[in-house]
Design a protein around this ligand. Structure first.
Ligand code: DGI
Ligand code: FE
Ligand code: FE
Length: 194
């Protein structure tokens, strides 16, 4: 990535995000570039998507909703009052409007980084996985196995993350987005057919 573009983006994110989120963001960008090198994805795009994936995370729910409304993006019932889901959609919009990203592969990776979706692109998978395994994440129970799988069999890592996310969400009793479940079903079936 062009050095001035990177510096400008990192400075803007440092202002926009709280300290913990900023450190997480740098960890995701770093991990995404490593996975891109491993699987032959575009390293610059992986870095940019990693840097911007949570760019809307520190906005209020009202401003996330208004970002989506203004862009004419549909908001599902599960997303409506749920910042955990809404920040990825709002983030993909902000990346285009405020960070001047026109590349649809980067915007897609930001858009789907929380729920995933069936038949993700390589870049989508890289950002989804990096978000979960980056170096400063420490609470997930199967992190060592996931980190190992991520660099060996990307779909296996995807399934482990979806499995643990779904069982965590079930234990908390909160609404589960259909997309998260569909993604899990899709990749479990894909693995069975291999
Ligand atoms: O933004 P981050 O914290 O870095 O990570 P993220 O974008 O993956 O968001 C994580 C949160 O989103 C985590 O608490 C699990 C939650 N999440 C993932 N899928 C769903 C979900 N929350 C709900 N309510 N429904 C889902 O389907
Ligand atoms: Fe996120
Ligand atoms: Fe994140």
């Amino acid at each position: 990535m062009d050095k001035t573009v990177r510096v400008k983006m990192v400075k803007a994110l440092e202002k926009e995000l709280n300290y913990k989120r900023f450190i997480h963001t740098m960890g995701v960008a770093y991990t995404a570039t490593a996975l891109a090198m491993r699987y032959g994805a575009d390293v610059d795009k992986a870095e940019m998507a990693g840097l911007l994936h949570d760019c809307a995370k520190c906005k209020s729910i009202d401003s996330m909703q208004s970002i989506c409304r203004k862009a004419g993006a549909s908001v599902s019932n599960a997303e409506k009052n749920n910042p955990a889901l809404l920040h990825s959609k709002a983030g993909a919009i902000l990346a285009r409007t405020d960070y001047e990203i026109e590349d649809n592969e980067i915007l897609s990776a930001i858009m789907w980084h929380t729920t995933g979706k069936p038949d993700m692109s390589l870049l989508d998978k890289i950002v989804f996985i990096s978000d979960y395994i980056e170096p400063t994440r420490c609470t997930a129970p199967r992190l060592p196995e996931m980190r190992e799988a991520a660099f060996r069999d990307i779909d296996e890592a995807l399934i482990m993350i979806l499995e643990d996310t779904l069982s965590y969400l079930k234990s908390t009793g909160c609404d589960i987005d259909l997309m998260t479940e569909e993604t899990y079903e899709y990749y479990i079936n894909k693995k069975r057919l291999e």
